[in-house]
Design a protein around this ligand. Structure first.
Ligand SMILES: [Zn+2]
Length: 81
């Protein structure tokens, strides 16, 4: 084979090669499958990456927090005469 691989791989893409990519189940973005981008789920001594990226996870927990606050407000409003 003449030529071979002469494409230069950028350092930021090394981890794609090393760890592969993983699609976030929520936003569908391909991200490096490592703990920097996905939450690590430790289950029975095994480490697995969550199907959701950290950005989505953060967004969800924030949304959940706001929703809980709303519910608190609503339940308080119900008790008021
Ligand atoms: Zn995501």
């Amino acid at each position: 084979m003449v030529g071979g691989v002469d494409e230069v791989i950028a350092p930021e893409h090394y981890e794609y090669l090393l760890f592969g990519t993983k699609l976030c189940a929520t936003c569908g973005t391909p991200l490096p499958a490592n703990s920097d981008f996905f939450v690590v789920d430790k289950w029975r001594g095994r480490c697995a990456l969550k199907s959701e990226c950290r950005a989505c996870k953060a967004q969800k927990s924030k949304a959940g927090y706001l929703r809980r606050k709303d519910q608190e407000r609503e339940s308080r409003a119900d008790k008021e005469p």
